[in-house]
Design a protein around this ligand. Structure first.
Ligand SMILES: *[C@@H]1O[C@H](CO)[C@@H](O)[C@H](O)[C@H]1NC(C)=O
Ligand SMILES: *[C@@H]1O[C@H](CO)[C@@H](O)[C@H](O)[C@H]1NC(C)=O
Ligand SMILES: *[C@@H]1O[C@H](CO)[C@@H](O)[C@H](O)[C@H]1NC(C)=O
Ligand SMILES: *[C@@H]1O[C@H](CO)[C@@H](O)[C@H](O)[C@H]1NC(C)=O
Ligand SMILES: *[C@@H]1O[C@H](CO)[C@@H](O)[C@H](O)[C@H]1NC(C)=O
Ligand SMILES: *[C@@H]1O[C@H](CO)[C@@H](O)[C@H](O)[C@H]1NC(C)=O
Ligand SMILES: *[C@@H]1O[C@H](CO)[C@@H](O)[C@H](O)[C@H]1NC(C)=O
Ligand SMILES: *[C@@H]1O[C@H](CO)[C@@H](O)[C@H](O)[C@H]1NC(C)=O
Ligand SMILES: *[C@@H]1O[C@H](CO)[C@@H](O)[C@H](O)[C@H]1NC(C)=O
Ligand SMILES: *[C@@H]1O[C@H](CO)[C@@H](O)[C@H](O)[C@H]1NC(C)=O
Ligand SMILES: *[C@@H]1O[C@H](CO)[C@@H](O)[C@H](O)[C@H]1NC(C)=O
Ligand SMILES: *[C@@H]1O[C@H](CO)[C@@H](O)[C@H](O)[C@H]1NC(C)=O
Length: 571
């Protein structure tokens, strides 16, 4: 997660492998095919353009701060006593995946959906009209060239909170009649199948063999996309089949039997952008699998070795068993229960009313902190924690300063005057750590660096996804680029920061601080009248504001924001 550019960071890698080529091809195809979905396209564009860029973030200037006496994070929990052969037939060993694919992607951010309540007219202009009912076909309105794919993507954007009363406790344990039907395709974001009983998984297919008394003459078959964005074109389908009486008699023999449930999900899609890694896979996986308390095995389709490697701590905690490459597994794995697909409630979010154990996004942040062995949240932000301890209130006789991590972006919306910004922040009273995209830092280390900061500052973009590593009361300082992007800033990061008990601070730049101003002059509509740009369709807004502009922060204008923040942190 680190920065957009950091994404795959962790997998310090050279883009060479076949897999890499495949990934590239996928993304390329995606780019070509998707000149539609507003956010989606943006993500892909940046992914491709960033393909050969650097990926990780590196701490350029770290200050001699007090190092926490913490050792490096523990290795992923080793598969403990494997009950009943659960770890047999391991295809991918978490600990020794070679990171050959991951490093290249990068990221931008800009997630794919929005909320139903659109208060921002600009944003509305970029959206197609939608039907009220979830899952319905969107109706064209403001977008004149609505392709089928666009329609698909639009569906993704629907906010699903209206389905609050759906029963989603997916953790009923013990024997239960298999739900009928097995697959539920009703949610606008995701499809999900759940088999309880004799479930046999093989070769991207999950078979349900009903007990003899419940077999019927006809079987039933579904094909669903096993990730949280059910309409994403390049998530390939997984087949789920209830066998008929005749088929049941000829069901494939189990080559391994497992005592724990399995969850089947796809690792491709929009992953490689850290925001999407979390929004599309990790948070949905948390919702779907956390309540199994590690007693679950993951059968992964379109497995991405870089993803397995980068997020190995999280995956190893959600499942104490090895990840299975479900596209290549030749065996017939038999489980007492299989869930196919990932539940998702909204963009980078959790609706507690629909989540097992009423999990919240705050729970998720605490969980992530735990897994990365960050200090208990109760210690408070580093600045306050230091102040609280007499001995360390001063360093070399000076008052300990709050630490600000300044994340730069690699390709667009980057700060072009980083040294000046860093100096400005220092002058305002912060200790500054500048991080830029690089390839060789691992998330385990980077999480510690973020944790040690009181402020995470960056331009609107995926680098801010690192806010999961901040402590309660720390601040996310989001610099909102020119072009009426406040609404996006809020729904993709601001709302989440608040929900996770972080301070959400936003600084909207003036036109003069956008490189569009230098490039086009003050009278160009992109500079003088963003509204008029948005009215011409989302493509144009994206071109100027998301892809083309960089930021030359006016440190004089920005200073009051820093002073205010400094005061707040001290309170
Ligand atoms: C102060 O910081 C130093 C390291 O910087 C640490 O060894 C020491 O334990 C700290 N003292 C207190 C009281 O926290
Ligand atoms: C192993 O399987 C046996 C029989 O299938 C079952 O009784 C036992 O509880 C299982 N053990 C574990 C740890 O799941
Ligand atoms: C576990 O595996 C061993 C060897 O592969 C096999 O003999 C045994 O029957 C298996 N146990 C179960 C419960 O499947
Ligand atoms: C895996 O990584 C090791 C060391 O990092 C390297 O020697 C080996 O060639 C890699 N294997 C593959 C298949 O990339
Ligand atoms: C959506 O808008 C309605 C009325 O405009 C309001 O009652 C509701 O709370 C809003 N929901 C959200 C999630 O903002
Ligand atoms: C959306 O569509 C409905 C009916 O399809 C229409 O009444 C409404 O005016 C449309 N809204 C916009 C913003 O186009
Ligand atoms: C939507 O677009 C289709 C063709 O793309 C057109 O037939 C239909 O009339 C449009 N509907 C509205 C409400 O504009
Ligand atoms: C719609 O798309 C077609 C081809 O992609 C293009 O020729 C046409 O100009 C577009 N129309 C609008 C209104 O954008
Ligand atoms: C897996 O399924 C594909 C097509 O669905 C088939 O071509 C392939 O032979 C199958 N592989 C195995 C090992 O069954
Ligand atoms: C997951 O982490 C929690 C603490 O965060 C720990 O209690 C639990 O044992 C871990 N589970 C696994 C499977 O490692
Ligand atoms: C979760 O929240 C819902 C609604 O807020 C409540 O009805 C339900 O009992 C809660 N479930 C749990 C397990 O706490
Ligand atoms: C920077 O901001 C200050 C205060 O708002 C303003 O006076 C000054 O003109 C700005 N500088 C530039 C180059 O825009």
């Amino acid at each position: 997660m680190v920065t957009e550019s950091s994404s795959s960071s962790q997998s310090s890698t050279v883009p060479t492998s076949k897999g890499m080529a495949r990934t590239l091809a996928q993304h390329h195809q995606a780019v070509v095919g998707f000149l539609f979905g507003f956010f989606v396209i943006l993500v892909l564009y940046t992914t491709v353009s960033g393909q050969f860029g650097s990926n990780t973030i590196v701490v350029l200037q770290s200050t001699p701060a007090e190092q926490n006496a913490r050792a490096s994070p523990p290795p992923p929990s080793s598969p403990a006593s494997a009950p009943n052969n659960s770890t047999q037939d391991i295809i991918v060993h978490k600990d020794d995946v070679n990171k050959t694919m991951g490093g290249e992607h990068n990221q931008d951010n800009v997630p794919g959906t929005d909320k139903n309540n659109k208060t921002d007219a600009n944003f509305d202009n970029m959206q197609a009209n939608r039907t009220e009912q979830s899952g319905g076909q969107p109706v064209n309105s403001t977008i004149t060239n609505v392709s089928d794919k666009m329609k698909e993507e639009e569906l993704i954007r629907q906010e699903l909170d209206q389905d609050d009363d759906k029963d989603e406790t997916n953790v009923k344990k013990g024997p239960a009649a298999p739900p009928k039907p097995i697959c539920d395709l009703s949610d606008p974001r995701y499809d999900i199948c759940e088999i309880i009983g004799d479930a046999r998984a093989t070769n991207r297919t999950v078979l349900y063999v009903p007990p003899p008394g419940e077999r019927s003459a006809d079987g039933q078959e579904w094909a669903i996309k096993d990730q949280s964005r059910k309409h994403l074109e390049y998530i390939h389908k997984v087949t789920v089949r209830t066998l008929s009486a005749a088929q049941s008699l000829a069901a494939p023999e189990c080559t391994s039997r497992h005592a724990v449930p399995a969850v089947v999900f796809a690792m491709n899609g929009l992953t490689s952008n850290p925001w999407h890694d979390f929004s599309d896979v990790l948070v949905p996986l948390f919702i779907t699998a956390r309540a199994f308390d590690g007693e679950v095995q993951f059968l992964v389709t379109d497995l991405q070795p870089w993803f397995v490697d980068k997020y190995r701590l999280i995956l190893a905690n959600l499942s104490r068993y090895d990840v299975v490459d479900f596209d290549r597994d030749a065996g017939v794995r038999c489980y007492p229960r299989v869930v196919v697909g990932l539940r998702s409630h909204r963009d980078l979010g959790i609706n507690p009313a629909r989540a097992p154990r009423n999990y919240t996004l705050l729970d998720f942040r605490m969980y992530i902190r735990d897994i990365f062995s960050l200090p208990p949240d109760s210690v408070g932000i580093p600045y306050k924690a230091a102040a609280a301890s007499n001995n360390n209130a001063t360093v070399d006789g000076e008052k300990r300063k709050p630490r600000l991590m300044l994340i730069n972006r690699g390709h667009n919306r980057k700060f072009v005057n980083i040294p000046e910004i860093a100096d400005g922040a220092r002058a305002a009273g912060f200790e500054v750590v500048v991080v830029e995209p690089r390839r060789d830092l691992r998330l385990e280390e980077f999480s510690l660096a973020v944790d040690s900061c009181d402020v995470l500052m960056g331009a609107h973009g995926a680098g801010l996804t690192n806010f999961f590593f901040l402590r309660t009361g720390a601040a996310m300082l989001q610099v909102v680029p020119w072009g009426h992007m406040e609404y996006s800033a809020m729904i993709f990061y601001g709302v989440q920061a608040k929900e996770m008990n972080l301070r959400d601070v936003e600084y909207s730049i003036a036109a003069e601080e956008s490189t569009l101003y230098e490039k086009y002059g003050k009278d160009h509509p992109a500079v003088s009248d963003p509204e008029s740009i948005h009215k011409q369709g989302w493509q144009l807004g994206m071109k100027y504001y998301w892809l083309e502009q960089d930021i030359r922060l006016n440190v004089t204008r920005f200073a009051p924001t820093l002073h205010q923040l400094l005061r707040t942190l001290g309170e």
